[in-house]
Design a binder for this molecule. Sequence first.
Ligand SMILES: *Cc1c(COP(=O)(O)O)cnc(C)c1O
Length: 388
Amino acid sequence: MNKPDCPINLFDVQSSQKVIGQEKFLKAFEKILNHGGYCQGPETKELDAKLAEFSKAGYCVTCSSGTDALILPLMAWGVKEGDAVFVSSFTFVASAEAPAILGATPVFVDSDPETWDMDPKDLERAIDAVKKEGKLNLKAVIAVDIFGNPCDYDEIKRIAHKHGMKVLSDSAQGYGSEYKGVRSGNIADMTSTSFYPTKPLAGYGDGGAVFTNSEAERDLMVSCRVHGMSPEDHYDNVRMGLNARMDSFQAAVLLLKLTVLEQELIEREKVAQRYNNELSSYFGKQKVLDNCKSARALYTVTCANNEDREELLSFLKENGIPCGAYYPRPVNTQTAYQKWNTRSLPVCEKLSKTVLSIPMHPYLTKEAQDYVISKMNEFAAKKNSKAA
Ligand SMILES: *Cc1c(COP(=O)(O)O)cnc(C)c1O
């Protein structure tokens, strides 16, 4: 099959602008230019309310990035030196960086071989090991919805709560996903998300949000978001915090993007279903748990081994199909995290060597999908005939 004329992108950060109407963005920006409240203006307050409503969560605290959205809840829980924070290792580095930057010890947990999310059984093993050593305080679990796929939250919450720990969902890739009918934002004890341009709810720059059902936690995060400010006296800072405010311009963009999110999630799911049904069984596919919905931030498959993955990366690129290995190095093997690389994580290690992500976004045309599928299956057929 020849490459179609339409563009084939891994992500699409611009098409929704046309769908929504560029004039709406300009009008919203003009409003901000006129009112002059550039940081945490009325747009951010409106966004807090709209996002809480979308997630059916009690409170939403918007902030400057998905990374700050991970740090703020940990600050609210008082995470500090001597605390163990259990975290998936097959993730973007920020999931582990957040506890580490607060002085806590990230304890890496392996992935489930089917969902690629945190494996609850390995979480139990990791907790047992930390307890046996007796040096760290069991504090929190950060479960990552990798590629938008919700974790096994019932199990993870059961295990964490049994040990007096909180569960933070890193749903940077999973905003809009559903766990047993409940939307991301209202499943774990708190939820963090990111609005980086490649995430399901994409801004035009950095942004993030935290969701909680606790007013007390909300108040703590609102204070930590602005240097630990006292709500009564803005010149009295009562704790250490960050500068983690969201700009009004970013909030205005997100308010408009939110109006098409529901439809975009439907379109993403359609592409994912086609890939699931039509891609060769040579490729390993990510399992979504029963009664759950992935936000389909990325569509990722696994190859039989690392050589095949490298070969497929080149083959697709040669044929004009953008693709990438997300993530080629589990966090526990990265230089800054070596000192916490204490556990064997075989599933995670294998995933990092074999995964490959292909074009996935709501505006991927049928022709582009056909072409991606045909090239992927051409590669698989070559591999299968060799194996036979
Ligand atoms: C993108 C991402 C983050 C960080 O979000 P930023 O907005 O880039 O700071 C954290 N965790 C995961 C899993 C991510 O994919």
